[in-house]
Design a protein around this ligand. Sequence first.
Ligand code: DO4
Ligand code: MG
Length: 278
Amino acid sequence: MKLYRTSNGPYLEKHGGFYRVPETSWDALVKHEDLHAYLSAVAEKSDPAEDFSSAQVLAPIANQEVWASGVTYYRSRSARIEESKDAGGGDFYDRVYSAERPELFFKATASRVAGPGSFVRIRSDASWSVPEPELTLLLNHRGQIIGYTVGNDMSSRDIEGENPLYLPQAKVYDRSCALGPCVLVSSEALPSSTSIQLEILRGGKTEFTGATTLAELKRKPATLAEYLFRDNSFPNGAFLMTGTGIVPPDSFTLEPGDQIRITIEPIGTLVNEVAPRG
Ligand code: DO4
Ligand code: MG
């Protein structure tokens, strides 16, 4: 069951049919006692809506904060060690990969998040920018996983590599995060065979492709969520990105006009374009 936030309000997709959701407050949906049961009842009691295609699909976020996990895949650990070796930061990444406590960092508020089909940005003062395709958890105010979406943790690798303390600047800026196209509403863990695919198109041609699976994710999503909610409350719930396992080669940097396509079945494909400079 998939939940979309659109310019016409929320829609539910079930067995190929789209249904309007009577509860129009996204925060209230995230806070619902049992979202899955509520949406199942909506699909059973209502007729499919014909007007979904006329609605603009928006990022599935209202007053939730977005947080992110770091160095949860071996590929990410190796890339960070390489990029920060001149700054003497490499050891930190190795240590956090093996430590019990995960790396969690603040990523975005809703105003910084790009929805499906809209622009993401690269920083004007960065020279090495990449997308990070990440399975993203939707957590309710109790810290329970109530769904999954596709996330892009846009990152400035030169700024991050210059000094690990620059991480917030490398990670948090306008349109540095994309979420969508929907929330797969489920509290079940996704199978380890779940694949995450990244394709970057430049001038309509494939410039980079990469793939991984959740089998490569070192930490359990539920453990990441548990750490985020330790002594930290989220009255409207939160999104938690689970880290990247796909890193383009060091020679690659994003350019304005690049199209970024991230697919996680069974959620869908999140497509964004890099905004023109300025
Ligand atoms: O430690 C820096 C950030 C790592 C990250 O964003 C990732 O592994 O996905
Ligand atoms: Mg990341």
